[in-house]
Design a protein around this ligand. Sequence first.
Ligand code: PLP
Length: 404
Amino acid sequence: MDFEAFFKSELNGLHNEGRYRVFADLERHRGNFPRATRHTPDGPREVTVWCSNDYLGMGQHPAVVEAMKEAIDHCGAGAGGTRNISGTTHYHVLLEQELADLHGKEAGLIFNSGYMSNWATLGTLGQKIPGLIIFSDALNHASMIEGIRHGKCERVIWKHNDLNDLEAKLAAADPNAPKLIAFESVYSMDGDISPIKEICDLADKYGAMTYLDEVHAVGMYGPRGGGIAEREGLMDRITIIEGTLGKAFGVMGGYIAASSALCDFIRSFASGFIFTTALPPTLAAGAIASIRHLKSSPFERARHQDRVRKLRAMLDKQGIPHMHNPSHIVPVMVGDAAKCKWISDILLDTCDIYVQPINYPTVPRKTERLRITPTPLHSDGDIEHLVGSLHQLWSRCALARHVA
Ligand SMILES: *Cc1c(COP(=O)(O)O)cnc(C)c1O
């Protein structure tokens, strides 16, 4: 086989569909978020980033940066091993205690990313619990889907956020089979929020465990940043809460919070936890500082929500269509892969606004969009510049508007 020709022809397919991914070559500057230097073939340019998952700007927060510097000065660069073989530092232990406390659980367990936490936890539960059936929301993240597949247990996909469909499927399953319902709180692309309480009620009725991905909510919702389940007083009803340290907490890593026995079980049986070098202590130290700060500071959350409201109001005024949802994610709908990429390219090249186009397979075809994520650090002027630029492009591109 001509391997090179095969790779190139597969890539050509992506190019032809307008969904070949081009990475923006960025240098973020501490103290100057959401500004970044973008490296281009014609030299560097300053851009404003509008699509970061560093939702609260904690990636540059002085408490986080100082904690990381101190940790690297104190114990050097890497952890030096897997968690079991010399890689558990005191920072890892403290971080797991911090996470258990954040979610009101007995224990926490950290992974090298949120992806790994979903993949390893769901995969291990699926493999190890005899006869387990996992009921998975249709819009669950790729890492949950891959984990469930890897578990090789029976899986039942229920319609997104549809309680009737979930109940019908629970009722149709063997009443004696162990069950787990896997879902998210804030869905990353549409920004909608699941009916957590009602799902927990169904879980109780049918004797199922619950697995909640709060990746897009931790740090941002709830009085201490524990997520939507905290805000709604439901954390104790969720069997396993999963989160990331890489989005609102501004660092990197993933975790679960659950009972001591469950965390100990995953710690002891999950290949994706066991056979990999532990996070560098400096990342754990940064995450601890970030979580502690957001537990006691409501300022970032309040300012974040204020920026989201302001952006939505200005988009509405110009009739630029965006999906209405109860979260901080503002999807501006384009509905065409090539146009979406074209708009994103023009915003970047002529307005110094960086919003990555979101195309299939991340979202369904015909729902291509610009996924805009305001942060507490975007000023009124930034918002005006973004909406003004979109307004002009909407006219040039003859895109549909909403009547405000
Ligand atoms: C980003 C994301 C993850 C993965 O988290 P990382 O820490 O980035 O690996 C998991 N679930 C959802 C819903 C996500 O959007």
